[in-house]
Design a protein around this ligand. Structure first.
Ligand code: 1CP
Length: 344
């Protein structure tokens, strides 16, 4: 079935006069209606595993702003939980897992129960697929193996990834086994997402910055490409976006992977560079600094117009260089939508 979706057409390389738009973290804490549901759900994981609530918070930004795509409400850390790790979210601090510290800990992780454990997520997708307007695309997602592994190894988010890098050097075999398990679990998870109604997939590699090239290829590029290839084997038409945040010139390695259709660019990647080095091969998505949306006004407007105009002659999906932060004023998002769609 081909839907008349501007987002899907652009992702597959068709150019049109309008710029399809969605935003990372478009559902979330900056929206009062999200905070209300979040309070009703109890914990953040209760929200993710409740298909009624998760469907509702996925649709909230679409109702408010009319973006061209909805992204499933879930989290990249549901995979480690499904593999057997205890997961909790500490208010004001973020995720907590009991860290993987040894080869035995890696061996204990299981991939078999992923589909079963995550069945509420697939139910959310089925509901969304039935409820979404046909002009809007439904995006499924997962964390890329390296990014998910960083949380599993540290037991939490960390600003300094050096301990994780050290684990790769000290335990190369255990690390390879961990990545292999994550590739298997993530592929299975995403196949089930597509079967439940996801029409495009984004792989978030939020922590791919700063690795030496050899490690980058081994931990970020190759596992992500392998997941994409396996998905395409079963579902050749499913478009896939990779987001190797902070990869800099190593973005060009992703342009050579056939299984990727789009590349999401981070806040720091120069737009002219992306136009020259990515656009000939893949649809570019993203780039706007989410902190400019906190600022709003002329500065945001000027940057948004410049970004849109940089990519006006190639397929391009408007988005941020990373997600909205919780203190983003909701009215600035409305202004941003108006600016992106002016003259269209
Ligand atoms: O208390 C709350 O309400 C929790 C805040 C929150 C939200 C709204 C978390 C906890 N996760 C989410 C939803 C979420 N996470 C989505 C779906 C919604 C949407 O985009 O509209 C998606 C795609 C994610 C993906 C995600 N989770 C990433 C990759 C993208 C990125 O932002 O880099 C990462 C790294 C996470 C981990 C995570 N989950 C939550 C927090 C606070 C964190 C980050 C912790 C850290 O900074 O290390």
């Amino acid at each position: 079935m081909t839907k008349d979706s501007l987002f899907l057409k652009t992702l597959k390389g068709e150019q049109s006069l309008s710029t399809p738009t969605w935003f990372m973290r478009q559902a979330g804490r900056y929206l009062p209606e999200y905070r209300a549901i979040r309070a009703e759900a109890g914990s953040f994981t209760d929200l993710c595993y409740n298909p009624g609530f998760a469907t509702e918070v996925t649709l909230q930004p679409i109702r408010r702003y009319d973006m061209d795509a909805a992204i499933l409400f879930a989290d990249i850390l549901l995979i480690p939980e499904a593999m057997g790790m205890d997961l909790s979210f500490v208010a004001g601090e973020g995720p907590r897992l009991k860290p993987v510290v040894s080869a035995e800990n890696v061996t204990e992780l299981t991939v078999e129960r992923v589909r079963n454990h995550l069945s509420p997520v697939f139910e959310t997708l089925s509901r969304l697929s039935a409820e979404l307007d046909p002009s809007k695309a439904l995006i499924g997602f997962a964390g890329a193996p390296w990014t998910v592994a960083t949380y599993m190894l540290a037991g939490q988010g960390t600003k300094d990834p050096s301990a994780n890098r050290q684990f790769i050097y000290n335990h190369p075999k255990a690390f390879a086994e961990l990545i292999e398990k994550l590739v298997d679990a993530t592929t299975d998870y995403l196949l089930a997402q597509v079967e439940a109604g996801a029409e495009a997939i984004q792989l978030f590699d939020s922590w791919s910055a700063g690795l030496p090239q050899k490690l980058f290829e081994q931990a970020c590029l190759e596992p992500t490409a392998e997941i994409a290839r396996r998905l395409k084997k079963d579902h050749p038409d499913i478009p896939i976006i990779a987001f190797p945040k902070g990869a800099g010139p190593l973005y060009t390695l992703y342009t050579k992977v056939d299984a990727f259709d789009g590349l999401s660019i981070d806040t720091g990647l120069p737009w002219a560079w992306a136009l020259e080095n990515i656009s000939p091969y893949k649809t570019v998505q993203g780039g706007l600094d989410p902190l400019l949306v906190v600022k709003g006004g002329e500065e945001m407007a000027e940057a948004a117009r410049m970004l849109r105009d940089t990519f006006k002659d190639v397929p391009y999906i408007f988005n941020l260089g990373h997600g909205f932060v919780p203190h983003t004023p909701p009215e600035h998002v409305a202004d941003l939508m108006t600016i992106i769609r002016e003259k269209e």
